[in-house]
Design a protein around this ligand. Structure first.
Ligand code: FDA
Length: 414
């Protein structure tokens, strides 16, 4: 990469042709700006392609645009409000409809493409085309310099970006390089490095929406339950910090997964316990004591009327007093059993890491950015959008909506 050649001139250079980068490029281009979109990956928008099981859960209808922070995690959950209330799920749905893409609601407001995530990618590429966006891909990015006085023909400051297709000069630089999740499809820390280069703080990144793991020995009694799924109420934290989700839990060979665990993983902190109610909405103690009055069935069989058979069997095996007919069990033993199922406490040893995480928590500290425009407060012309920012949504389309909304807010300001 050399800067000997004369630079290509653009109004804005956007790094990262993922969800946020493509959408920002399209909207800025459609405003009449000369936009260059650069990505080092061979294929465009790989994360959209693999999202939502290949159908892309592109937004969520339940997002309350007056209080969107409820569905987002970050050091300043209110930061996301401005962008999300100005470009809403309804706006993105209108765009999807204008391209004739069929979609459906699955669960709790989650909207998916009927056919394929590829339809969403093609829509974004068509929008870029309409905006006359230039896309360089694959293209490696080298050093980045801020030229305070700007090029001779312009009176403004600018950014000089070295790339393996030559140097580029632009008034604005938009960083949309995402987080660290799924490195094998192109995730890198470039966005965090650019933030640090320009003196912006970065909240330490960590994997989010990720399965949780347990020590081999501690997990041995449950490993046989791998593949079992059931609805649970799962919580972490104490008092006002307590967060809980009622969703499905999935047992795996190494630990726990499923929507309940992915959601709670974004709030869980290393060393903290999780509490799980394996029969939410059921008063297990009362049901077992009542069964004791008229039933001679084994305890595991009574339990199996209230939860999956495999779980009931595995649980009853944990204590000799639970391996007998219910009418022969002591009240205290039944109550202890009920309690162990409705307040199962366990401490994960870790997570499956970025290899399996759907998102990266942390990122560019929102205190250093304008919530209106996503521009760095102390660095004119430098913007951060999408997942690279310390704004992380719940599972269910919230992360793509943040990508669309932050991109739209930035494109308006470029
Ligand atoms: P994104 O990761 O999309 O794009 C970043 C781009 O930057 C990539 O194209 C990358 O190649 C490029 N880049 C990185 N480093 C670079 C470098 N050094 N040089 C040049 N380019 C570089 N969310 C949701 O709302 N609904 C869903 O259904 C799902 N499903 C889902 C499934 C799976 C398996 C994963 C991993 C994630 C999801 N997500 C999701 C999360 C969602 O995919 C994610 O939040 C958005 O893609 C973030 O958009 P960004 O544009 O910020 O980053």
């Amino acid at each position: 990469m050399t800067s000997a050649a004369s630079p290509h001139l653009f109004d804005a250079v956007i790094l990262g042709a993922g969800a946020a980068g493509l959408f920002c490029a399209a909207r800025a281009g459609q405003r009449g700006l000369k936009v260059l979109l650069i990505d080092h990956a061979e294929k465009v928008a790989e994360k959209i392609r693999i999202s939502g099981g290949g159908r892309c859960n592109f937004t969520n209808r339940d997002l309350d645009v007056r209080a969107p922070q409820r569905h987002f995690v970050g050091e300043n959950p209110h930061f996301c409000r401005s962008a999300l209330s100005r470009y809403t799920p309804a706006d993105f749905v209108a765009l999807v409809q204008s391209h004739g893409i069929g979609f459906h609601e699955k669960h709790k407001g989650q909207l998916f493409a009927d056919r394929s995530a590829e339809d969403i990618i093609q829509m974004l590429l068509a929008e870029c085309e309409r905006g006359g966006v230039t896309r360089w891909q694959p293209c490696r990015v080298g050093s980045i310099r801020f030229l305070a006085s700007g090029p001779a023909e312009s009176s403004t400051s600018s950014y000089q970006i070295e790339s393996d297709r030559g140097p580029v000069l632009a008034r604005s630089l938009v960083v949309a390089t995402g987080g660290l999740s799924i490195p094998k499809i192109g995730a890198t820390d470039l966005g965090y490095r650019i933030a640090q280069q320009f003196g912006l703080p970065v909240v330490t990144p960590r994997p989010g929406l990720v399965p949780l793991t347990f020590d081999g020995e501690a997990w041995a009694p449950y490993a046989g339950l791998a593949g079992l799924a059931l609805p649970v109420d799962m919580s972490t934290g104490q008092g006002k910090q307590r967060t809980h989700f009622v969703e499905d839990l999935l047992f795996t060979h190494r630990g726990l997964s499923g929507p309940a665990v992915l959601q709670i993983s974004s709030y869980w902190r290393e060393g903290e316990p999780l509490q799980i109610d394996l029969a939410p909405g059921v008063d297990l103690g009362a049901r077992l004591l009542e069964a004791k009055q008229h039933s001679r069935k084994r305890i595991a069989n009574e339990l199996a009327a209230l939860m999956p058979h495999r779980l009931a069997d595995a649980w009853a095996e944990r204590d000799a007093q639970w391996q007998r007919p219910v009418n022969e069990a002591a009240d205290k033993a039944l109550q202890r059993l009920a309690e162990s199922l409705s307040r199962w406490q366990l401490v994960p040893s870790g997570t499956e890491g970025y290899r399996k995480a759907e998102v990266t928590l942390g990122g560019v500290d929102t205190r250093a950015l304008s919530s209106q425009t996503l521009e760095a407060k102390a660095q004119p012309g430098l913007y951060f959008i999408g997942e690279v920012v310390d704004v992380t949504g719940w599972l269910g389309g919230y992360n793509f909506q943040w990508a669309w909304s932050s991109a739209a807010a930035c494109a308006e300001a470029l």
